[in-house]
Write a protein that binds this ligand. Structure first.
Ligand code: TYD
Length: 206
């Protein structure tokens, strides 16, 4: 089973998923926890280029292609082998992030970005996608309050950008209702964590 986690900045997905993964492992499930962009040495090198604050001249199509390149390398080296071994792969961000950030917010068009990602992924879609939904104002305030979290090039985008990211994610949830589940990330950390575990368990046990 291939599970992906999506949502805007500061939606608290990492904490919620840490909780859920611990519980699932206690129950005996074999989980591979990973993230995008990155997750393997080559993909992490691509990640550093994409997120480097010094790269202000990066063209938006270049950005979309780099995300897709990093995604492919990560699939080949890590995700596909783990799925083949019957493990549950839980990945922080995947192709829907490209559709929302590059397709929606950067204005490249969701279908254009989907096309390059079909090439990159050979049509590998997640079985389940958790969308941690929160208003960008709240998410960005949480990031600002969390001094330990590193600020990256995409965090620095304006509020309008993050609103488009959110709206595009919500449109994607309508477009792919069979794999998307929306989690209300404005709730307390505890409630979000519990909801995350419940959704994962109900899909795993189906
Ligand atoms: P990261 O530090 O992993 O952010 P987060 O903790 O919010 O997941 O940085 C990833 C950034 O890259 C994030 O701002 C979202 C963005 N992104 C895209 O724009 N397109 C993509 O395809 C992916 C995977 C991420």
């Amino acid at each position: 089973m291939f599970i992906t986690l999506e949502g805007p900045e500061g939606s608290g997905k990492t904490t919620a998923v840490n909780y859920a993964v611990n519980k699932l492992e206690e129950m005996g499930y074999q989980i591979v926890r990973t993230r995008e962009p990155g997750g393997t040495p080559i993909a992490e090198q691509i990640r550093n280029v994409i997120l480097d604050k010094a790269n202000t001249a990066m063209d938006k199509r270049t950005e979309a292609l780099l995300y897709a390149a990093s995604r492919r390398q990560h699939l080949v080296e890590k995700v596909w082998p783990a799925l083949k071994e019957g493990k549950i792969v839980i990945c922080d961000r995947y192709l829907d992030s490209s559709l929302a950030y590059q397709g929606g917010a950067r204005g490249l068009g969701v279908d254009n970005v989907l096309n390059i990602n079909m090439f990159a992924t050979e049509g590998t879609f997640p079985d389940l996608t958790l969308l941690f939904d929160i208003e960008p104002e709240i998410g960005l305030a949480r990031i600002a309050a969390n001094a330990n979290r590193e600020v990256n090039r995409l965090d620095l985008e304006k509020l309008e950008f993050h609103k488009t990211v959110r709206n595009t994610f919500l449109e994607l949830a309508k477009r792919y209702p069979e794999r998307f589940v929306i989690i209300d990330a404005s709730k307390s950390q505890e409630e979000v964590a519990k909801a995350t575990l419940d959704v994962m368990l109900s899909r795993i046990c189906k």
